[in-house]
Write a protein that binds this ligand. Structure first.
Ligand SMILES: *Cc1c(COP(=O)(O)O)cnc(C)c1O
Length: 362
């Protein structure tokens, strides 16, 4: 069977290094906000090219903490793409803000940068872009609209560790960025984890305090904060895996290239490639197909697992009944036709060939 993602195999490769990391944490006897988190924060900031990084409990908290630290709340609107994982919207709602949805562009599958300005109102405070599937948003237009209307640019980089736009890494393309280290992400830990990257020293100091009960030093609380910390053991794992992120992303690109060149089937539309192919980190390789469900069955019959990212658009979810009346036909069609093929750094060439063969047969 060809798994959609074989996480055990992904992490098994680093068993030796991870054993060393675990031993280091056990020997230290220190479990929260210690040397491992500090070191990871520095290493990940350096990797993204930002001045600061702060480790938090997960990706949703990372995004939510950014909005909270900016002080956005009820009556404020934040622009988000209409096709994204629900967490993007939940981070907005968690702060009492209203998510304002913008249609994606069919080809890039990312927020349509030419539709953002029409969604700006007097209440808009920020544009939250999502570098979905590991492809960076074309930021030029986003920056331009943000400048004109004095908006913050927040990146949801949960699927884009290492991705680049004009040579600059995701995480360093806006005012602040949220990352997730959920096990299945390109940089995943062995549990939950997340981080915020930014060049804004004031913002990062605030987030550091809020993630730790709003405390700037022990038992001194300047904000009504929360408990959202990255723990030492996950930080130690992440330090190991960060070393291998670039080679893993390169392997994902190699697989994407094979898929793109070898899949030949008029019923299947392949992802359009960005101008900078090397900037894409292929968290997900999603194709579209009008007969999506029979394609999935066809692959399943041949022992190939697929996934749908995502079956239901956010505005059609029960959690967002208030948006249910709205119509986002491009997003809706995308959710109807999209299917993700197996993609991971441990997928072998032989497996890729089998997937290609099965798809071409369809
Ligand atoms: C995974 C993901 C998140 C949430 O991250 P968690 O660590 O699971 O909370 C947010 N946005 C996007 C686009 C994601 O893919």
């Amino acid at each position: 069977m060809i798994k959609f993602l074989d996480l055990k195999k992904v992490n098994e490769r680093f068993r030796g290094e991870m054993d060393v990391a675990v031993k280091r944490v056990l020997d230290s006897g220190w479990y929260l906000l210690g040397k491992e988190v500090e070191a990871f924060e520095q290493e990940f900031a350096a990797y993204c090219g930002t001045k600061h990084c702060v480790g938090v409990a997960n990706g949703l908290d990372a995004l939510s903490l950014i909005i909270k630290a900016y002080g956005f709340g009820p009556c404020d609107e934040i622009i988000v793409p209409a096709n994204t994982f629900i967490a993007t919207l939940l981070a907005v709602s968690a702060n009492g803000c209203t998510p304002v949805l913008v249609e994606p562009d069919w080809d890039t599958r990312l927020i349509d940068v030419n539709r953002i300005e029409a969604a700006v109102t007097s209440r808009t405070k920020a544009i939250m872009v999502v570098h979905l599937y590991g492809r960076a948003v074309e930021m030029e237009k986003v920056w331009e609209v943000a400048r004109r209307h004095n908006l913050k640019v927040i990146e949801d980089s949960a699927q884009a560790h290492g991705a680049r736009y004009q040579g600059v890494r995701c995480g360093n393309l806006g005012d602040a960025s949220g990352f997730s280290f959920y096990p299945g992400k390109n940089l995943g830990c062995l549990g939950d984890g997340g981080a915020v990257t930014t060049n804004d020293g004031e913002l990062v100091a605030k987030i550091r305090a809020i993630r730790n009960y709003g405390s700037d030093y022990k038992y001194h609380h300047i904000y009504k904060g929360m408990n959202s910390r990255l723990d030492e053991i996950q930080a130690a794992f992440l330090r190991v895996k960060l070393h291998h992120l670039d080679e893993d992303n390169a392997r994902r690109r190699e697989i994407a290239e094979r898929y793109v060149h070898a899949i030949l089937n008029s019923r299947i539309e392949l992802p359009h490639l960005p101008p900078d192919f090397d900037g894409h980190v292929w968290h997900v390789f999603a194709v579209t197909c009008a007969q999506r469900d029979s394609l999935i069955r066809h692959l399943e019959d041949r022992g190939i697992q697929t996934n749908i990212h995502y079956p239901t658009p956010p505005h059609k979810q029960g959690a967002y009944v208030e948006l249910g009346g709205a119509s986002f036909p491009i997003s809706e069609r995308m959710h109807r036709e999209i299917v993700s093929l197996p993609m991971s750094p441990v997928l072998t060439n032989e497996e890729v060939s089998k997937v290609v063969e099965a798809i071409n047969e369809f």
